[in-house]
Write a protein that binds this ligand. Structure first.
Ligand SMILES: [Zn+2]
Length: 187
């Protein structure tokens, strides 16, 4: 089974569908493509024989990493996001975004014997406009096309969380506390 682990960012939705949704690829999405925070979803990664980790520029979760590295204490609930970056304090946000692709790729390698590939997406090259009214859906990992999951006019304004159980608490925190998105729907 091929599996994509990607950030929840709305701008990646159409990109992921176009490039990776062949009807059989399973999509897992968590803020920052933060593989290290996946526990209840870990079994799916173990079952995959190919994993593609998709990270991106202008990532809100890495914005949180960047900000937190400059502060004194790390909130417990962000420990698994922040701790791999402690050695990179002093780097720019853009550098941290590139480092994130390597960091999450390494965690995927620790977690699974699958063939691991990483991809870094430059969001400014994607054809998605700014969204003033973003919302989020929280759903299970699946092979479903986003164009079938969401109304056409919502595809580019909806953050998509796709993981299981307690893993969702991390994404809810990033969405509500750091990205200011409080309109969450479970489907
Ligand atoms: Zn992101």
């Amino acid at each position: 089974m091929r599996l994509v682990v990607s950030c929840i960012d709305r701008r990646l939705n159409s990109f992921l569908e176009k490039n990776y949704n062949d009807g059989e690829t399973l999509f897992v999405r968590t803020a920052g493509a933060n593989v290290n925070s996946l526990k209840d979803t870990e079994l799916l990664l173990k079952q995959a024989n190919k994993i593609i980790v998709v990270t991106h520029s202008d990532c809100g979760a890495i914005g949180v990493v960047y900000k937190t590295l400059n502060e004194r204490s790390i909130p417990d609930e962000l420990e698994r996001l922040i701790s791999p970056f402690l050695q990179y304090a002093g780097h720019t946000r853009s550098e941290l975004e590139h480092i994130n692709a390597e960091v999450q790729g390494l965690f995927a390698r620790k977690m699974s014997s699958a063939d691991i590939q990483t991809e870094f997406v430059l969001t400014k090259k994607l054809d998605t406009k700014a969204s003033e009214n973003s919302s989020a859906v929280i759903t299970r990992p699946s092979t479903v096309k986003y164009s079938e999951m969401l109304p056409l006019n919502k595809i580019n304004s909806t953050f998509i969380v796709q993981n299981l159980g307690h893993d969702r608490a991390f994404d809810k925190l990033i969405l509500t506390k750091f990205l200011g998105i409080n309109n969450l729907t479970y489907i």
